[in-house]
Design a protein. Structure first.
Length: 171
């Protein structure tokens, strides 16, 4: 085998590893963003700087549903409904008694980057507790979920799959 053939074979092998790794990462990304619903997690993108620097704008956070809000404690980061479809993700700073809420208590929350505390929230508005945050990944997810990003993502994925087939043919 000539040196040229050896170099070609090595280059094809490197390209195949890179292409396979990209496809695996793309599948893992899709599972991390969309597939986690199967195991009871919700995914949210952080849109405001209220939790910086711990949770920067553009982060993706995975939220685990909470069946019993009484298990939540001070310093837990929770996502809760403000009104309609609007949600917030802030840290519990206190738990206070309530005469008006059937649960008998309310949560006082605060964004890490905010000066003041939020209005008290009812345990019934809590969606879940943060279990994982990946900074800035939300920008990628948001880009891919909207035009033209979805076209780019599909096109790049198809190109990598075709490239993988071409590499197999050349070997």
């Amino acid at each position: 085998m000539t040196q040229k053939n050896i170099v070609k074979k090595v280059m094809l092998s490197i390209l195949k590893v890179f292409t396979t790794a990209f496809i695996v990462l793309a599948v893992l990304f899709a599972i991390a963003v969309a597939g986690v619903k199967v195991i009871g997690l919700d995914v949210y993108m952080v849109l405001s700087p209220s939790m910086e620097p711990n949770v920067p704008v553009g982060s993706i956070i995975w939220i685990k549903d909470i069946d019993d809000p009484s298990t939540l404690k001070v310093n837990d980061v929770i996502t809760f409904r403000l009104h309609g479809n609007t949600t917030a993700t802030h840290r519990i700073v206190r738990k206070v008694p309530s005469d008006v809420d059937p649960a008998g208590y309310l949560f006082i929350t605060k964004g890490d980057n905010n000066d003041g505390e939020d209005n008290p929230i009812s345990p019934s508005t809590v969606i879940g507790k943060e279990i994982l945050t990946i900074p800035h990944l939300g920008f990628v997810a948001n880009y891919i979920q909207n035009k033209p990003g979805s076209y780019v993502a599909v096109g790049v994925s198809i190109a990598f799959i075709i490239l993988l087939f071409i590499i197999d043919l050349l070997e």
